[in-house]
Write a protein that binds this ligand. Structure first.
Ligand code: ATP
Ligand code: MG
Ligand code: FE
Length: 345
Protein backbone atom coordinates (compact mmCIF):
# COMPACT_ATOMS: atom_id res chain seq x y z
CA UNK A 1 0.00 0.00 0.00
CA UNK A 2 0.93 3.67 -0.43
CA UNK A 3 0.95 5.49 2.90
CA UNK A 4 0.88 9.27 3.42
CA UNK A 5 2.16 11.04 6.55
CA UNK A 6 1.26 14.58 7.55
CA UNK A 7 3.33 16.47 10.16
CA UNK A 8 2.61 19.84 11.80
CA UNK A 9 3.67 19.47 15.45
CA UNK A 10 6.21 22.31 15.54
CA UNK A 11 7.52 24.65 12.82
CA UNK A 12 7.66 22.26 9.84
CA UNK A 13 4.68 21.48 7.62
CA UNK A 14 5.45 18.09 6.11
CA UNK A 15 3.73 15.71 3.73
CA UNK A 16 5.55 12.46 3.00
CA UNK A 17 4.53 9.45 0.94
CA UNK A 18 6.03 5.95 1.16
CA UNK A 19 5.29 2.58 -0.39
CA UNK A 20 5.31 -0.56 1.77
CA UNK A 21 6.93 -3.18 -0.43
CA UNK A 22 5.77 -6.28 1.41
CA UNK A 23 9.22 -7.60 2.32
CA UNK A 24 9.36 -5.12 5.20
CA UNK A 25 11.18 -2.34 3.36
CA UNK A 26 9.83 1.12 2.56
CA UNK A 27 10.27 3.08 -0.64
CA UNK A 28 10.28 6.89 -0.53
CA UNK A 29 7.86 8.45 -3.03
CA UNK A 30 7.63 12.05 -1.77
CA UNK A 31 9.10 14.22 1.00
CA UNK A 32 7.77 17.78 0.91
CA UNK A 33 8.51 20.14 3.82
CA UNK A 34 7.77 23.84 4.32
CA UNK A 35 9.43 25.43 7.37
CA UNK A 36 8.50 28.62 9.19
CA UNK A 37 11.88 28.68 11.00
CA UNK A 38 12.85 32.06 9.47
CA UNK A 39 9.70 33.68 10.84
CA UNK A 40 10.70 32.68 14.40
CA UNK A 41 14.32 33.81 14.12
CA UNK A 42 13.87 37.30 15.54
CA UNK A 43 12.08 35.84 18.60
CA UNK A 44 14.88 33.34 19.31
CA UNK A 45 12.47 30.40 19.50
CA UNK A 46 9.33 28.94 17.94
CA UNK A 47 6.29 31.21 18.47
CA UNK A 48 3.21 28.93 18.56
CA UNK A 49 0.79 31.44 16.97
CA UNK A 50 3.13 32.10 14.07
CA UNK A 51 3.72 28.39 13.56
CA UNK A 52 -0.05 27.65 13.44
CA UNK A 53 -0.70 30.36 10.88
CA UNK A 54 2.23 29.22 8.76
CA UNK A 55 0.88 25.63 8.80
CA UNK A 56 -2.50 26.92 7.57
CA UNK A 57 -0.87 28.69 4.66
CA UNK A 58 1.53 25.87 3.77
CA UNK A 59 -0.66 22.77 4.20
CA UNK A 60 -2.52 22.62 0.87
CA UNK A 61 0.43 23.67 -1.34
CA UNK A 62 2.69 21.14 0.43
CA UNK A 63 0.05 18.42 -0.07
CA UNK A 64 -0.23 19.26 -3.80
CA UNK A 65 3.54 19.09 -4.23
CA UNK A 66 3.74 15.73 -2.46
CA UNK A 67 0.96 14.14 -4.56
CA UNK A 68 2.60 15.47 -7.74
CA UNK A 69 6.05 14.20 -6.68
CA UNK A 70 4.65 10.72 -5.97
CA UNK A 71 2.55 10.81 -9.16
CA UNK A 72 -0.65 9.71 -7.38
CA UNK A 73 -4.16 11.14 -6.95
CA UNK A 74 -4.53 9.75 -3.43
CA UNK A 75 -2.77 7.34 -1.05
CA UNK A 76 -4.21 4.12 0.41
CA UNK A 77 -3.98 5.50 3.98
CA UNK A 78 -3.52 8.90 5.64
CA UNK A 79 -1.38 9.14 8.81
CA UNK A 80 -0.89 12.29 10.85
CA UNK A 81 1.01 13.46 13.94
CA UNK A 82 -1.62 13.56 16.72
CA UNK A 83 1.00 14.48 19.40
CA UNK A 84 3.17 15.44 21.15
CA UNK A 85 3.67 19.01 19.98
CA UNK A 86 2.22 22.51 20.00
CA UNK A 87 -1.57 22.37 20.44
CA UNK A 88 -2.52 24.87 17.73
CA UNK A 89 0.07 23.58 15.28
CA UNK A 90 -1.07 19.96 15.71
CA UNK A 91 -4.69 20.96 15.05
CA UNK A 92 -3.90 22.20 11.55
CA UNK A 93 -2.32 18.95 10.37
CA UNK A 94 -4.92 16.77 12.11
CA UNK A 95 -7.85 18.74 10.64
CA UNK A 96 -6.28 18.48 7.19
CA UNK A 97 -5.60 14.74 7.55
CA UNK A 98 -9.17 14.01 8.65
CA UNK A 99 -10.58 16.05 5.77
CA UNK A 100 -8.38 14.35 3.16
CA UNK A 101 -9.01 10.87 4.57
CA UNK A 102 -12.79 11.49 4.52
CA UNK A 103 -12.76 13.02 1.03
CA UNK A 104 -10.60 10.21 -0.39
CA UNK A 105 -12.47 7.55 1.59
CA UNK A 106 -9.24 5.97 2.90
CA UNK A 107 -8.35 4.90 6.48
CA UNK A 108 -6.99 7.47 8.94
CA UNK A 109 -4.20 6.79 11.47
CA UNK A 110 -3.35 9.15 14.38
CA UNK A 111 0.39 8.67 14.93
CA UNK A 112 2.98 9.56 17.62
CA UNK A 113 5.58 12.09 16.44
CA UNK A 114 8.39 10.66 18.59
CA UNK A 115 7.91 7.12 17.30
CA UNK A 116 8.08 8.59 13.81
CA UNK A 117 11.57 9.98 14.49
CA UNK A 118 12.70 6.40 15.22
CA UNK A 119 10.72 4.62 12.48
CA UNK A 120 12.06 6.85 9.69
CA UNK A 121 15.43 5.13 10.03
CA UNK A 122 13.97 1.94 8.51
CA UNK A 123 13.58 3.84 5.25
CA UNK A 124 17.30 4.25 5.05
CA UNK A 125 18.72 1.24 6.88
CA UNK A 126 16.00 -1.39 6.53
CA UNK A 127 14.29 -3.48 9.24
CA UNK A 128 15.13 -2.37 12.77
CA UNK A 129 16.66 -4.74 15.31
CA UNK A 130 15.95 -4.18 19.03
CA UNK A 131 17.72 -0.90 19.79
CA UNK A 132 18.16 2.12 21.98
CA UNK A 133 17.08 5.36 20.27
CA UNK A 134 18.30 8.82 21.20
CA UNK A 135 16.03 11.66 20.01
CA UNK A 136 17.46 15.16 20.22
CA UNK A 137 15.76 18.24 18.80
CA UNK A 138 14.61 21.72 19.73
CA UNK A 139 11.67 20.36 21.69
CA UNK A 140 12.74 16.87 22.68
CA UNK A 141 15.47 14.86 24.38
CA UNK A 142 14.49 11.22 24.84
CA UNK A 143 16.32 7.98 25.39
CA UNK A 144 14.12 5.10 24.23
CA UNK A 145 14.10 1.32 24.21
CA UNK A 146 12.62 -0.04 20.99
CA UNK A 147 12.12 -3.83 20.96
CA UNK A 148 10.03 -3.74 17.80
CA UNK A 149 8.97 -0.58 15.96
CA UNK A 150 5.42 -1.94 15.63
CA UNK A 151 5.09 -2.38 19.43
CA UNK A 152 4.94 0.16 22.30
CA UNK A 153 8.20 2.08 22.80
CA UNK A 154 9.60 2.33 26.35
CA UNK A 155 11.00 5.63 27.58
CA UNK A 156 14.25 5.14 29.51
CA UNK A 157 14.84 8.82 30.19
CA UNK A 158 14.11 12.36 29.11
CA UNK A 159 15.23 15.87 30.01
CA UNK A 160 14.10 17.23 33.34
CA UNK A 161 14.43 20.81 32.02
CA UNK A 162 15.68 22.08 28.62
CA UNK A 163 15.80 20.00 25.44
CA UNK A 164 19.29 19.51 23.97
CA UNK A 165 18.56 21.62 20.86
CA UNK A 166 16.96 24.28 23.05
CA UNK A 167 20.19 24.45 25.11
CA UNK A 168 22.11 25.06 21.87
CA UNK A 169 19.66 27.83 20.94
CA UNK A 170 19.97 29.48 24.38
CA UNK A 171 23.76 29.28 24.51
CA UNK A 172 23.95 30.67 20.96
CA UNK A 173 21.92 33.65 22.12
CA UNK A 174 24.26 34.11 25.11
CA UNK A 175 27.20 34.18 22.73
CA UNK A 176 25.48 36.66 20.41
CA UNK A 177 24.95 34.12 17.61
CA UNK A 178 21.85 33.75 15.40
CA UNK A 179 18.82 31.43 15.57
CA UNK A 180 18.59 28.48 15.25
CA UNK A 181 21.68 28.26 17.41
CA UNK A 182 22.75 24.66 16.86
CA UNK A 183 24.39 25.11 13.45
CA UNK A 184 26.06 28.37 14.60
CA UNK A 185 27.55 26.84 17.75
CA UNK A 186 28.66 23.78 15.77
CA UNK A 187 30.44 25.98 13.20
CA UNK A 188 32.10 28.20 15.81
CA UNK A 189 33.16 25.19 17.90
CA UNK A 190 35.33 23.95 15.03
CA UNK A 191 37.57 26.97 15.62
CA UNK A 192 37.76 26.37 19.36
CA UNK A 193 39.51 24.01 21.79
CA UNK A 194 36.98 21.66 23.39
CA UNK A 195 39.22 21.09 26.41
CA UNK A 196 39.95 24.80 27.12
CA UNK A 197 36.80 25.39 29.17
CA UNK A 198 35.28 22.37 30.91
CA UNK A 199 31.57 22.68 31.71
CA UNK A 200 29.57 20.44 34.10
CA UNK A 201 27.95 17.20 32.90
CA UNK A 202 24.46 17.18 34.42
CA UNK A 203 22.99 14.02 35.99
CA UNK A 204 25.87 11.75 35.05
CA UNK A 205 26.60 10.51 38.55
CA UNK A 206 23.20 9.02 39.28
CA UNK A 207 22.85 5.34 38.56
CA UNK A 208 19.12 5.33 39.01
CA UNK A 209 16.77 3.13 37.00
CA UNK A 210 16.01 5.97 34.59
CA UNK A 211 18.43 7.69 32.25
CA UNK A 212 17.35 11.31 32.52
CA UNK A 213 19.14 14.43 31.30
CA UNK A 214 19.49 18.00 32.55
CA UNK A 215 20.85 20.88 30.48
CA UNK A 216 19.76 24.00 32.34
CA UNK A 217 22.68 23.83 34.80
CA UNK A 218 25.07 23.66 31.86
CA UNK A 219 23.41 26.67 30.26
CA UNK A 220 23.75 28.58 33.55
CA UNK A 221 27.41 27.58 33.84
CA UNK A 222 28.05 29.01 30.38
CA UNK A 223 26.22 32.23 31.31
CA UNK A 224 28.28 32.56 34.54
CA UNK A 225 31.52 32.00 32.66
CA UNK A 226 30.66 34.66 30.07
CA UNK A 227 29.56 37.14 32.75
CA UNK A 228 32.75 36.62 34.78
CA UNK A 229 34.89 37.32 31.72
CA UNK A 230 32.91 40.45 30.92
CA UNK A 231 33.10 41.71 34.52
CA UNK A 232 36.86 41.21 34.50
CA UNK A 233 37.05 43.18 31.28
CA UNK A 234 38.55 40.20 29.48
CA UNK A 235 37.54 39.04 25.99
CA UNK A 236 35.13 36.07 25.92
CA UNK A 237 36.80 33.14 24.15
CA UNK A 238 33.59 32.40 22.24
CA UNK A 239 34.97 29.59 20.07
CA UNK A 240 36.36 27.77 23.15
CA UNK A 241 33.09 28.30 25.02
CA UNK A 242 31.09 26.93 22.07
CA UNK A 243 33.43 23.93 21.81
CA UNK A 244 33.38 23.25 25.55
CA UNK A 245 29.59 23.52 25.73
CA UNK A 246 29.10 21.28 22.70
CA UNK A 247 31.51 18.75 24.18
CA UNK A 248 29.54 18.62 27.43
CA UNK A 249 26.24 18.00 25.59
CA UNK A 250 27.65 15.41 23.20
CA UNK A 251 29.53 13.66 26.01
CA UNK A 252 26.47 13.28 28.24
CA UNK A 253 24.13 12.21 25.43
CA UNK A 254 26.42 9.55 23.99
CA UNK A 255 27.67 8.29 27.36
CA UNK A 256 24.12 7.74 28.59
CA UNK A 257 22.90 6.23 25.34
CA UNK A 258 25.69 3.65 25.23
CA UNK A 259 25.32 2.91 28.95
CA UNK A 260 21.58 2.30 28.52
CA UNK A 261 22.22 -0.03 25.57
CA UNK A 262 24.76 -2.02 27.61
CA UNK A 263 22.36 -2.26 30.57
CA UNK A 264 19.68 -3.64 28.24
CA UNK A 265 22.00 -5.92 26.29
CA UNK A 266 21.13 -4.15 23.03
CA UNK A 267 23.78 -3.61 20.36
CA UNK A 268 22.21 -0.97 18.08
CA UNK A 269 21.86 2.78 18.67
CA UNK A 270 19.56 4.87 16.46
CA UNK A 271 19.78 8.67 16.45
CA UNK A 272 16.95 11.01 15.43
CA UNK A 273 15.83 14.66 15.64
CA UNK A 274 17.28 17.87 14.21
CA UNK A 275 20.13 18.20 16.72
CA UNK A 276 21.68 14.95 15.41
CA UNK A 277 23.12 17.25 12.73
CA UNK A 278 25.69 18.19 15.39
CA UNK A 279 29.13 17.13 14.18
CA UNK A 280 30.61 16.39 17.60
CA UNK A 281 27.57 14.36 18.67
CA UNK A 282 27.91 12.21 15.55
CA UNK A 283 31.66 11.83 16.03
CA UNK A 284 31.39 10.79 19.69
CA UNK A 285 28.45 8.47 18.95
CA UNK A 286 30.53 6.76 16.26
CA UNK A 287 33.60 6.46 18.53
CA UNK A 288 31.70 5.14 21.52
CA UNK A 289 29.52 2.73 19.55
CA UNK A 290 32.62 1.34 17.85
CA UNK A 291 34.37 0.96 21.21
CA UNK A 292 31.32 -0.84 22.63
CA UNK A 293 30.94 -3.09 19.58
CA UNK A 294 27.60 -1.47 18.72
CA UNK A 295 26.05 -0.52 15.39
CA UNK A 296 25.13 3.16 14.97
CA UNK A 297 22.25 4.11 12.65
CA UNK A 298 21.70 7.78 11.79
CA UNK A 299 19.22 8.74 9.05
CA UNK A 300 20.30 11.42 6.56
CA UNK A 301 19.85 14.96 7.97
CA UNK A 302 16.67 15.75 6.01
CA UNK A 303 14.95 12.75 7.58
CA UNK A 304 16.18 13.69 11.11
CA UNK A 305 14.43 17.07 11.21
CA UNK A 306 10.63 17.08 11.32
CA UNK A 307 8.98 15.76 8.13
CA UNK A 308 5.91 13.84 6.93
CA UNK A 309 7.86 10.77 5.80
CA UNK A 310 8.61 9.76 9.40
CA UNK A 311 4.88 9.71 10.19
CA UNK A 312 4.16 7.67 7.06
CA UNK A 313 6.97 5.30 8.06
CA UNK A 314 5.64 4.58 11.55
CA UNK A 315 2.10 4.37 10.14
CA UNK A 316 3.21 1.84 7.52
CA UNK A 317 4.84 -0.39 10.17
CA UNK A 318 1.71 -0.26 12.35
CA UNK A 319 -0.57 -0.97 9.38
CA UNK A 320 1.64 -3.87 8.32
CA UNK A 321 1.36 -5.20 11.88
CA UNK A 322 -2.44 -5.20 11.57
CA UNK A 323 -3.33 -1.98 13.39
CA UNK A 324 -6.95 -0.86 12.96
CA UNK A 325 -7.53 2.70 11.72
CA UNK A 326 -8.07 5.50 14.25
CA UNK A 327 -11.50 7.08 14.55
CA UNK A 328 -11.96 10.41 12.78
CA UNK A 329 -12.89 11.82 16.20
CA UNK A 330 -9.38 11.18 17.58
CA UNK A 331 -8.23 14.28 19.46
CA UNK A 332 -4.81 15.95 19.33
CA UNK A 333 -2.69 15.30 22.44
CA UNK A 334 0.10 17.87 22.96
CA UNK A 335 1.56 15.74 25.79
CA UNK A 336 1.17 12.30 24.19
CA UNK A 337 3.63 9.85 25.82
CA UNK A 338 6.04 7.99 23.53
CA UNK A 339 4.60 4.62 24.63
CA UNK A 340 1.40 5.32 22.65
CA UNK A 341 2.39 4.85 19.00
CA UNK A 342 -1.17 5.27 17.72
CA UNK A 343 -4.20 7.01 19.23
CA UNK A 344 -7.36 5.09 18.32
CA UNK A 345 -10.17 7.35 19.53
P1 ATP B 1 10.75 18.89 17.45
O1 ATP B 1 11.36 19.17 18.76
O2 ATP B 1 9.26 18.79 17.49
O3 ATP B 1 11.35 17.71 16.75
P2 ATP B 1 12.11 21.22 16.36
O4 ATP B 1 11.69 22.05 15.19
O5 ATP B 1 12.35 21.92 17.64
O6 ATP B 1 11.00 20.12 16.49
P3 ATP B 1 14.11 20.11 14.67
O7 ATP B 1 13.57 20.94 13.55
O8 ATP B 1 14.14 18.63 14.50
O9 ATP B 1 13.42 20.42 16.03
O10 ATP B 1 15.60 20.61 15.00
C1 ATP B 1 15.90 21.94 15.29
C2 ATP B 1 16.82 21.99 16.51
O11 ATP B 1 18.04 21.32 16.21
C3 ATP B 1 17.16 23.40 16.92
O12 ATP B 1 17.11 23.50 18.33
C4 ATP B 1 18.60 23.57 16.41
O13 ATP B 1 19.37 24.49 17.15
C5 ATP B 1 19.14 22.15 16.57
N1 ATP B 1 20.25 21.92 15.66
C6 ATP B 1 20.28 21.97 14.31
N2 ATP B 1 21.52 21.76 13.82
C7 ATP B 1 22.32 21.56 14.91
C8 ATP B 1 23.72 21.30 15.10
N3 ATP B 1 24.56 21.21 14.06
N4 ATP B 1 24.17 21.16 16.36
C9 ATP B 1 23.32 21.23 17.42
N5 ATP B 1 22.02 21.49 17.31
C10 ATP B 1 21.52 21.65 16.09
MG1 MG C 1 11.91 22.42 13.44
FE1 FE D 1 10.46 16.32 15.96
Amino acid sequence: PIVMGIESSCDETGVGIVRWTGDGTLELLADEVASSVDEHARFGGVVPEIASRAHLEAMVPTMRRALAAAGIDKPDAVCVTIGPGLAGALLVGVAAAKAYAAAWDVPFYAINHLGGHVAVDTLEHGPMPPCVALLVSGGHTHLLHVEDIGKPIVELGTTVDDAAGEAFDKVARLLGLGYPGGPEVDRLAREGDRTAVVFPRGMTGSRDARHDFSFSGLKTAVARFVEAKQRAGEPVPVADVAAGFQEAVADVLTMKAVRAAKDLGVDTLVLGGGATANSRLRELAEERCAAAGMTLRVPRPKLCTDNGVMIAALGAHLIAGGAAPSELGAATDPGLPVSVSQVSV
